[in-house]
Design a protein around this ligand. Structure first.
Ligand code: IPM
Ligand code: MG
Length: 351
């Protein structure tokens, strides 16, 4: 019996709805396997701002630091768009959480579900067999450099240390060793100095992994290759901003953003788990939001933060079954509400 103690940060927009569905699934899983579940729920983002707090309230951060495992819905929305800099939900909560807990390794999968292939805009033959993971550096680069305005305009500084590149490259090669042993490193080394350092460092790290094939691509070319030969990729290693862009592109190959989880990991075993979709304010509060990405994020938390592989597997099997049997929300052609999808998966797990 395990103690599953984590920080739950539902956030804004559809976050609380998809979050509630994932909590129902976690409860069912814990009860089936006889684990105890201890959920520390806290405010983050716009919800915290509306409660008169900072976007990342101290108690939310302290809880995250203490439990080391976070399940996050989404933050931000038009309601808070007028705010500036650190007062904004994204800049004031998500980025400091990532940075201050050193969650530098962001993992986002791309493996289209057979049931969703026909929803993707690419031809079926370009999607069958696609199975890659993007390893995105999450705590450096242009996101975290000096930014500001001067009398001429504005600036955002992009900086990487060799150590920052080395550690994420190691993660990518370690992951590739457990898979098809190929790393594709994406940079812009024909223009950017940070990318030249990136490429040199990745080449140096690769020397420790003689079995892994290493390929380099420039980001502009990569956006095309992802559409024309996605089957060729295994682990895609890239810096923060390029990873942000590429993972949205990758989600299109999967037929829906609504089924893709993510993990952001530190060296000391901390992990934050969140769907890659945003807060979708246009459909918030209507019970329409697809909770599958959030449910899969909860499964990843069980596997990666608590070592509960069988528990994660059964949730993932349930999600595949829901897709195959059309037990989904309207965006995927079904007619269930957000909470009904959560109940269906919870029931499946308990069977
Ligand atoms: C993501 C998001 C965030 C990012 C935003 C909300 C700051 O787009 O996680 O991909 O750019 O990293
Ligand atoms: Mg993004």
């Amino acid at each position: 019996m395990a103690e599953i103690n984590f920080t739950y940060l539902p956030g804004d927009g559809i976050g609380p709805e998809v979050g509630a569905a994932s909590i129902a699934v976690l409860k069912a899983t814990a009860s089936k396997f006889g684990h105890s579940l201890n959920i520390e729920e806290h405010l983050i983002g716009g919800a915290a701002i509306d409660a008169g707090l900072k976007p990342l309230p101290d108690e939310s951060f302290e809880s995250a630091k203490r439990t080391g495992a976070m399940l996050l819905g989404a933050v931000g929305g038009p309601k808070w768009d007028h705010l500036k800099g650190q007062d904004r939900p994204e800049l004031g909560s998500l980025l400091p959480l990532r940075k201050n807990l050193n969650l530098y390794a962001n993992i986002r999968p791309c493996k289209p579900y057979p049931a969703l292939i026909d929803r993707a805009p690419l031809k079926r033959e370009r999607l069958e067999g696609v199975d890659f993971i993007v390893m995105r550096e999450l705590t450096g680069g242009i996101y975290f450099g000096d930014k500001g305005r001067d009398d001429q305009g504005a600036f955002d500084m992009c900086r990487y240390s060799e150590a920052e590149v080395r550690r994420i490259a190691n993660k990518a090669f370690d992951l590739a060793m457990t898979r098809r042993k190929k790393v594709t490193s994406v940079d812009k080394s024909n223009v950017l100095e940070t990318s030249r350092l990136w490429r040199e460092t990745v080449i140096a790290v690769a020397a420790d992994y003689p079995e892994v094939e290493l390929e380099h691509l420039l980001i502009d070319a990569m956006t095309m290759h992802m559409l024309t030969r996605a089957q060729d990729f295994d682990v895609i290693l890239t810096e923060n901003m390029f990873g942000d862009i590429l993972t949205d592109e990758a989600s299109v190959l999967c037929g829906s953003m609504g089924v893709i989880p993510s993990a952001s990991l530190s060296d000391g075993g901390m992990g934050m788990y969140e769907p890659i979709h945003g807060s979708a304010p246009d459909i918030a509060g209507q019970g329409k939001a697809n909770p599958l990405a959030m449910i899969l994020s909860a499964a990843w938390m069980l596997r990666l933060s608590f070592g509960l592989d069988a528990e994660a597997d059964i949730i993932e099997t349930a999600v595949s079954a829901a897709l195959e049997q059309g037990q989904t929300t309207g965006d995927l052609g079904g007619n269930l509400s957000t909470s009904q999808v959560g109940e269906w998966i919870a029931d499946y797990v308990q069977r």
